[in-house]
Design a protein around this ligand. Structure first.
Ligand code: ZN
Length: 198
């Protein structure tokens, strides 16, 4: 039997995405064994994030500055804006330096099932941001799910009167993808997005 404190830590970790009770217990054990090299730095990092955490008022990125380092970066192309569902999508795209412009985080996707409507997402602030001017192209990088695509079409409609170029991601074959390994949805989208052989 672990002490109540260790048990509480295990339970807290087990609630994290990707960690179950078993892996949480293993993580706790690791932290206990490596007190100096694992527990102390983790604690310091958690405290630093907790003390400085802030949501960027411009783009919705979670950071320690407002505006965030992406919004404040003068090397970014101010005419390009990429709209994503969640901060995790922003981080994934930005990690790989795939987009040279700035971002806008919606904070979720439209979902009738979960009762998420347009007012629950940062859509009004997106429209206001684009209406302010200076943005020439908006890339709607929604997930290739039904809800992601519904959100994408809704946002595209809202942006249509503003006269900016509104783009969506291509939903074709993944690089190196072999047809018989692809799921039905990807194949159907690839077929639908077919274009002339150039
Ligand atoms: Zn920002």
């Amino acid at each position: 039997m672990a002490s109540p404190e260790i048990d509480a830590l295990s339970k807290a970790l087990a609630r994290l995405p990707g960690l179950g009770p078993r892996s949480a217990r293993r993580a706790v054990l690791h932290l206990i064994k490596k007190r100096e090299t694992a527990l102390a730095p983790l604690l310091a990092a958690l405290k630093a994030v907790e003390a400085n955490l802030i949501v960027c008022g411009l783009c919705g990125n979670v950071e320690t500055r407002d505006p965030c380092s992406i919004c404040a970066d003068p090397r970014r192309d101010p005419a390009m804006l990429c709209v994503v569902e969640d901060v995790a999508d922003l981080w994934a795209l930005d990690d790989k330096r795939l987009f040279a412009g700035r971002f806008h985080v919606l904070g979720g996707r439209l979902s009738a099932l979960d009762g998420v409507g347009p007012g629950d997402l940062a859509i009004d602030s997106l429209v206001a941001r684009v209406a302010d001017g200076g943005i020439a192209e908006v890339v709607l990088a929604m997930n290739a799910t039904l809800e992601g695509q519904t959100t994408m079409h809704y946002v595209a409609e809202r942006l249509a009167p503003l006269g900016v170029r509104v783009m969506q991601l291509a939903q074709g074959l993944p690089v190196g993808g072999e047809l018989d390994y692809l799921d039905e949805g990807t194949l159907a989208l690839a077929l639908r997005a077919r274009r002339l052989v150039s």
